[in-house]
Design a protein around this ligand. Sequence first.
Ligand code: C2E
Ligand code: SIN
Ligand code: SIN
Ligand code: FE
Ligand code: FE
Length: 418
Amino acid sequence: MMNEREKLDLITQISLDINEVKDIDLLLERILTSVRKFFNADAGSIYLRDKDNLRFSYSQNFSQQQKLPPGRKLIYNTFSIPINNMSIAGYVAKNRKTVNIPDVYSINDSVPYTFDSQFDIISNYRTSSMLAVPIINQRNDVLGVMQVINAQGDDGEILPFSPEDEPLIMHFANSAGLAIERAQMTRNIILRMISMAELRDPKETAAHVNRVGAFSVEIYEEWARDKMIPDEEVERQKDVLRMAAMLHDVGKVAISDLILKKPARLTLDEFEIMKSHTYLGARLFKNIQSDFDEVALQVALNHHEKWDGTGYPGHMDPETEEPLPGFEGANGTLKPKKGEEIPVFGRVVAVADVYDALCSRRSYKEPWDEDRTLEEIRQSTGKHFDPDMVRAFFSCLDVLKSISKRYPDEDEPQEKAD
Ligand code: C2E
Ligand code: SIN
Ligand code: SIN
Ligand code: FE
Ligand code: FE
């Protein structure tokens, strides 16, 4: 157990930490990890409000996690519940009240909500104590609900949360509220940038952009673990990569709709024009002022390079479209980039982008089934893709599939809430 001094330090640290994270998914992960640690809680979840519903957006469960092989992630389903007094989270959101329950299986008859034991049945878990707080912003809107579950004593025994925990978790929920609002704004600005510019083909939605961002982070994390990259470095890079990968095709704003939305294969000339979306995108980030600019430039410029040197645009200065000094090919041509000459984030997003493009409907193609998609990626190892990146891709495939369910195409039937 922590002493008071350590607790105070941790309270300050948590607020500082979460204010550094800019991407919403990674932010929820960071908040829950810190808050669980603070209360020595085995599990926890965050729901985000979506109009009149709460969407189960992020979840952790330490004892379930322990049963998995090292490095594997717990897969959970997203679902929505209405904001009303029937459920614990619904009650907390509706009444903006903190709820501290010693045992969810013996809830007092005087309250309207009940615990839905389906949660435990599905996840094969026994929830006992629960502390749930509303996440509220400065304008007093409810943004969501944070729950921590099963406080543990020094010997791992499950305890109720203490009444002194209540003001503390409210403090964390307030810090979380500010950070969540900012991160949602960042994500929405990126999505709006993409849609306003009519970058999107009618069949290419925000869901695609979100998926490529989320896939990239998972593949990178897996690759980085194999390469023994320090955790702090990986955490920092994940945050910028998530947003940069969402913008990989931002250069398509400069491509005419006639080409972008052509419901057929492109001619060679059209494809030459299409290729410019890489360096045109890179130019948007040329005044490098932050890690984000740097990574976004790397991704936009390099996501169509291929491991065997057959990709585009090659060793080009995106500004002048001239070869980089020392990389001039014969009579003014560009030398291709190959292997580790291609920046890491270019190699990551290449796999994420193609995986998503193959599984999805495009103006010019039908979605491929899973077997065909995976076979194509396997066949492209060492040709299109870095073999280490493909290894990372297959190691986290189950997580990638759960991301696809989380961000379904709008025209596909939604998964039923369970
Ligand atoms: P995108 O639709 O996001 O596709 C990204 C990458 O996924 C493609 O890069 C390619 O490597 C892979 N990919 C997509 N569809 C297929 C496919 O049916 N078979 C295989 N083997 N790979 C596929 P690429 O080829 O450099 O294309 C870049 C972008 O150019 C595409 O982005 C898309 O916007 C556009 N594009 C490419 N080919 C066509 C086409 O025939 N018609 C139209 N209208 N657009 C195309
Ligand atoms: C999520 O990351 O699942 C929620 C995104 C949002 O509501 O902005
Ligand atoms: C878009 O929405 O236009 C970009 C999707 C992608 O190609 O990954
Ligand atoms: Fe692209
Ligand atoms: Fe793409």
